[in-house]
Design a binder for this molecule. Structure first.
Ligand SMILES: Cc1cc2nc3c(=O)[nH]c(=O)nc-3n(C[C@H](O)[C@H](O)[C@H](O)COP(=O)(O)OP(=O)(O)OC[C@H]3O[C@@H](n4cnc5c(N)ncnc54)[C@H](O)[C@@H]3O)c2cc1C
Length: 495
């Protein structure tokens, strides 16, 4: 009979983390509390100062950490925000934010302490911190080319590697746990298939999204009175999302985003500026005209977001986990990827803690299931938003729950939010939605009968009637039962 070996107890000598992106660094930090040795294998070479790398082409584009992600980072890397600020990051508590959408516009300020900076600076600070952990070692310039399995194929026992230098020397490294954090280019599926595993079809959002980003130097006269701007998309009118954000060392960035594939934001400097000039609200164009461009706009396009369902594999091998974009990559405009990676890493830490005191079989599959629960709210929220764009399609064996109802609900919610914000300076509804999008509270805190009753206040409006029709219920006493049937439960993850 096969002997069950608890993951975190007797065999917790060495772990390998593949990839030193945000997910890899966080995973290594978490594993260092449980494993005697953690080896991070990264195909890129690291530079001695913050800079973008070939292996993370997305890092050129603005990256913001949501408050939930920031809270988790602060737990594992205390005072990391201070490190960022000391290296020139912009304190978000000082940031005035103009929110513009199809209903109105209003000013808000960030309710939480955070540091606005480039992805390169964030990764640099986290890498420095991880490098200080004695149990963790980096092996850069080394590419993982496959997984080593036990002879009965039930356990992953290490990885095969190839040196990225001219020699291309091949090698192998063994470990008790291998975690794939190689991002959206992960080869986990191919590696598993080459070992004979059948990997289930992933869930796909055919999103055909386009980003265009440009950076500028902020002139002195604008530094003190800086206002960042988020201008929300109006998919039905093909109006792009536009953002004006601030980063370290007095650099600002603009980004334009659209989905559905009908129109991609331009990367031609003049055309790009023209698109900013034609935004429904002119304030962004007015500020941008005063900034000094430091380069031409650069684009990023991707056809789909992919959510793997490895947790469905009953024969998932022990000794292997997948985390970060390699497990699920999101439409980046919602700024969720790094935060979900942080939630997954924290989830892994919780599972290892439980396993230490109460070892149970199928540890890895249980972790994957728990991480999948962590992914669910972010995936659902971003899909509900993206499916408003013509041409965006969800492709999976099971339909996504409650999309049309949620879209109509959020429209009405936003209308009420803007009414309260602009007429009474009351940001309570805005704050709740901010907390939901920041993945701090469950979508169920917004989607419930109390909030529904509130936003139906003017129940004769056309939007309210359409929402009630979608709900299929007009009796307020039965609202909650219907909502429970329509909206996913998002169980456990916000407990
Ligand atoms: C345009 C854009 C904008 C984004 N903006 C935001 C944002 O504002 N906020 C946010 O939270 N998220 C954002 N994201 C998502 C974010 O980049 C990722 O979710 C996050 O970085 C987690 O990624 P990761 O660590 O899983 O993978 P990555 O960051 O892609 O890192 C993977 C690492 O693995 C290495 N690697 C790959 N293959 C191998 C191999 N075979 N062997 C060894 N090493 C390997 C790579 O070199 C790389 O270092 C954005 C993404 C894009 C595309």
């Amino acid at each position: 009979m096969k002997q069950y070996v608890p993951a975190a107890q007797s065999k917790a000598e060495k772990a390998i983390v593949i990839g030193a992106g945000i997910a890899g660094l966080l995973t290594a930090r978490v594993l260092s509390d449980f494993y005697g040795e953690v080896l991070i294998i990264e195909r890129d070479e690291f530079s001695l100062k913050p800079s973008n790398r070939l292996g993370t082409p997305q890092a050129f584009h603005p990256h913001r950490m949501l408050p939930r992600g920031s809270m988790i980072l602060e737990r594992y890397f205390p005072d990391y925000i201070e490190d960022l600020l000391n290296l020139g990051a912009f304190p978000t508590m000082k940031e005035k934010m103009l929110i513009v959408n199809e209903f109105a516009s209003f000013k808000a300020s960030s309710p939480v302490k955070n540091a606005a900076c480039s992805r390169a600076l964030l990764e640099y600070v986290l890498r420095q911190r991880v490098d200080q952990i004695p149990k963790v070692r980096f092996s850069s310039n080394l590419e993982v080319t496959g997984l080593q399995a036990s002879s009965d194929q039930t356990r992953i026992i290490g990885v095969f590697t190839r040196d990225c230098s001219d020699q291309k020397q091949e090698g192998a490294s063994t470990a008790d746990l291998v975690v794939d954090t190689t991002g959206s280019s992960s080869k986990a599926t191919q590696w598993l298939e080459s070992l004979g595993f059948v990997v289930p079809e992933p869930e796909r959002l055919h999103v055909s999204l386009g980003y265009s980003t440009r950076y500028y130097k902020i002139p002195q006269q604008l530094e003190e009175n800086w206002t960042s701007i988020i201008s929300e998309a109006q998919p039905s009118k093909c109006v792009s999302t536009a953002m004006l954000l601030r980063f370290e060392n007095n650099i600002a960035g603009t980004l334009l985003f659209s989905a559905g594939g009908e129109h991609y934001p331009s990367t031609d400097p003049e055309q790009y500026q023209a698109e900013i000039n034609h935004l429904p609200d002119s304030r962004m164009a007015e500020i941008v005209k005063q900034l000094e461009p430091v380069q031409s706009p650069r684009g990023y396009r991707t056809p789909e977001s992919v959510r793997q369902h490895f947790e469905k594999m009953e024969n998932w091998p022990s000794g292997l986990l997948v985390l970060g974009d390699a497990f699920c990559c999101f439409d980046p405009i919602h700024g969720q990827g790094m935060t979900v990676a942080a939630i997954e890493a924290e989830t892994l830490g919780g599972c290892l803690e439980e396993e230490r005191s109460n070892p149970q079989p199928h540890f890895e599959r249980r972790v994957l299931k728990r991480m999948q629960e962590a992914i669910e709210p972010a995936w659902w929220l971003s899909s509900v938003a993206d499916l408003r764009w013509k041409g965006v399609e969800h492709v999976y064996s099971e339909p996504m729950k409650g999309v049309v109802f949620a879209q109509k609900y959020l429209d009405l919610y936003m209308k009420q939010t803007m009414k309260l914000a602009t007429t009474e300076n009351n940001l309570s509804l805005y704050s709740e939605q901010f907390m939901m999008n920041a993945l701090i509270i469950s979508p169920r805190e917004i989607f419930n009968s109390n909030v529904l009753t509130l936003i139906l206040e003017d129940s004769r409006s056309l939007e309210a009637q359409q929402l009630l029709a979608e709900l299929g219920e007009t009796d307020p006493h039965k609202f909650q039962t219907r909502i429970d049937a329509i909206i996913p439960s998002f169980a456990h993850i916000f407990d």
